[in-house]
Design a protein around this ligand. Sequence first.
Ligand SMILES: NC(=O)c1ccc[n+]([C@@H]2O[C@H](COP(=O)([O-])OP(=O)(O)OC[C@H]3O[C@@H](n4cnc5c(N)ncnc54)[C@H](OP(=O)(O)O)[C@@H]3O)[C@@H](O)[C@H]2O)c1
Length: 339
Amino acid sequence: MRILIIGGTGLISAGIVKHLLLRGADITLFNRGQRSTKPGAASLPGEIRQLVGDRNDFDVFERRFAAERFDVVIDMIGFTPQQAMSSVRAFRGRCEQFIFCSTVCVYGSKISSHAIIDEQFPRNPVSEYGRNKKVCEDLLLDADARGDFRTTIIRPSSTYGEGGRLIDNLEFDPVAWDRICKGLPVLCAGDGLGLWNSTHRDDVGKLFAHAALNPVTYGEAYNATTERIFTWRDYYREAAAALGTTAQVVLMPASWIIDHDPARFGLLREITQFHGPYTSVKARHDVPHFSCDIDFRTGAQRTLNAIRAANTWRSSDNDPLYQAMIDKAQSIGVRPIEA
Ligand SMILES: NC(=O)c1ccc[n+]([C@@H]2O[C@H](COP(=O)([O-])OP(=O)(O)OC[C@H]3O[C@@H](n4cnc5c(N)ncnc54)[C@H](OP(=O)(O)O)[C@@H]3O)[C@@H](O)[C@H]2O)c1
C-alpha cells in the first residue's frame, strides 16, 4: 500500500504514521521540513520517504506529483478551497483514494438540536475555519462523484498528544496548567457543564490508517472521536489530576471572558463556548480496527510531560490580564469551586 501524507510530520499524522507502519505501508511524507528541528520533534523511521516542499506553491506541488502514483493520499493540511482544487489537479487519476482531514467545526452546532452530534447533523459552521473545511469537503466529494478518485472525509474533534499542546476551555496554549500547578484558580466559561470530547492522536491516527483502501469508506464522512463525553469541570479535574493536584475553577460567562481579549480567547469565541459532544459510531462500524483506548487523564499526563521535556511549558508569570480577570470575578463575589 503506497501512501502519501501531505503535512505528515504534525500532531495527528504522528498517530497515523504509527498505525500505517503497523499495517506495513510504504509511506511518503510531504512537508516544508520545519518540524524536525523543533524541540521535542520525534525522529522518523528510516524507511519513511520524506519530500520537502510547500503545498501552497501550487504549480510546483502539482508538477512534483505528476509522475507519481499512490494508492492513498492523505491530506492533513488542507484548509482552503484553493488547496482542495490543487489536490484534485495533482492527484486526479493518480491515486485510488483521497482521505481529507476535515474537522467537527463543519457542524458549527451553535444551536444543538441533537444532544450528540453524528454525521447526520446539519453542517452550519460558525467559524471561517469550519466554513472553508466544509467547502473543501464538498469539492473533494465532487471529485469522488466525477470519478477523479474515491474520497473519504475524516472529522477529528479536539485532538491532543505528545508534541502538541493541551487546550483548556479558553486557549490553545493555556496558562491554566501552570496556574493549577501553583495552586492558583483558573477560568472556565459558563457553568463548566458544557459538553466536550477530546481524543488522543494515536487513537485518531488509527481511523485514518485503517480507512486507507477500505472501500466501505469511499464517498463517506466520519467523525473521529472517543465516545467519552465529559464536561469542562471533568476536563479540568482530570488534567489537574494528571499534574498531581486539583483545579480551582472560577466560572464566568463566555462573553465576559472573550470581551477581555477576543484575539487571545479566540478558541473560546469560535469553538469551546459551544457544546462539542460527538459520536463516532459510524466509524467504529465501518472501520472495525478503530477504537479509542487512551483515557484522557493518561493522555493529558503524557502530553503535559512532553511539553515540559521540550521546554515549551507556558508560564503564568507576567500575565496581569488573567490575574486581573480572576480578581475582578472574585470582587463581585464569584468564588472558585473545586472542579
Ligand atoms: N489538532 C486538533 O485538535 C484538530 C482538530 C480537528 C481537526 N484538525 C485537523 O487536523 C489537521 C492536522 O492538524 P495537526 O494539529 O495534526 O497539524 P500540525 O501538527 O499543525 O501539523 C501540520 C503538518 O503540516 C505540515 N505543513 C504545514 N504547512 C505546510 C505547507 N504549506 N506545505 C506542506 N506541509 C505543511 C507541517 O510540517 P512543516 O511545518 O515542516 O511544513 C506538519 O507536518 C488539520 O487539517 C486540522 O484542521 C485538528
